[in-house]
Design a protein around this ligand. Structure first.
Ligand code: SF4
Ligand code: SF4
Length: 160
C-alpha cells in the first residue's frame, strides 16, 4: 500500500488546515459528534500534523452537513478536507464494511438504500407518490446507472 501525503494533497487543493487554531467551534457545531465518536477538531489536528487519518474511524462519521465549515472562524474547508481524505482512503482500499455493503446495493439496485414496503407506506402517508423519481420509478434506467458506475470504476473501488 502506498503512503499518500495527505497534508500536501489538501494544501494542493487549497484546503489550509495549517491555519486551524484549535478553537473547537467545529466540534461544538457537529451534530454527528453528539451521537458518535467524531471529534472534528481532533480530525483537523491530525490533518495538520499529517498523521495517519486513513484508518481513523472518525473519518466516516461525518454526515457532511457543513455546519463546521460554515462556522469555522478561519474559513477552513473542513468538509472538503474530509471528503478528499475519504476519497484517498477508498482508493487505498480502506472503507467501512457498512459502506462497502451499501455500495453493493448501489451497484445492484441503483440505490444505496432501496425502497421497501415500510417506506412506501410512509410516502403514501405524506401524500407522495409510492415510488421516487429514480430507477425505482423508471426501471429501464437501471442499466444506464450500472453503465455509469462501471465506467467510473466504482464497482472496482467497492468490491469485497
Ligand atoms: S473551527 Fe476551524 S479553526 Fe476552530 S478548531 Fe475547527 S477547524 Fe480549527
Ligand atoms: S459536516 Fe461533518 S464534521 Fe462538520 S459538523 Fe457536519 S457532521 Fe460534523
Amino acid at each position: 500500500m502506498s503512503d499518500p501525503n495527505v497534508l500536501k494533497i489538501l494544501q494542493d487543493a487549497g484546503i489550509d488546515v495549517l491555519s486551524c487554531m484549535q478553537c473547537g467551534t467545529c466540534s461544538g457545531s457537529c451534530p454527528s459528534g453528539h451521537y458518535t465518536i467524531l471529534n472534528t477538531r481532533r480530525l483537523v489536528r491530525k490533518a495538520r500534523k499529517n498523521k495517519d487519518m486513513l484508518h481513523d474511524d472518525d473519518l466516516w462519521m461525518c454526515a457532511t452537513c457543513y455546519n463546521c465549515q460554515e462556522r469555522c472562524p478561519r474559513g477552513i474547508k473542513i468538509v472538503d478536507a474530509i471528503l478528499s481524505i475519504r476519497t484517498i482512503a477508498v482508493h487505498e482500499g480502506i472503507m467501512l464494511p457498512e459502506h462497502r455493503a451499501v455500495s453493493q446495493f448501489m451497484l445492484e439496485y441503483g440505490h444505496a438504500v432501496p425502497i421497501n414496503d415500510a417506506t412506501k407506506v410512509m410516502r403514501e402517508g405524506l401524500g407522495l407518490e409510492l415510488l421516487p423519481e429514480t430507477v425505482h420509478k423508471y426501471p429501464d434506467a437501471l442499466e444506464d446507472v450500472k453503465t455509469l458506475l462501471r465506467s467510473c470504476e466504482f464497482d472496482k473501488l467497492v468490491k469485497d
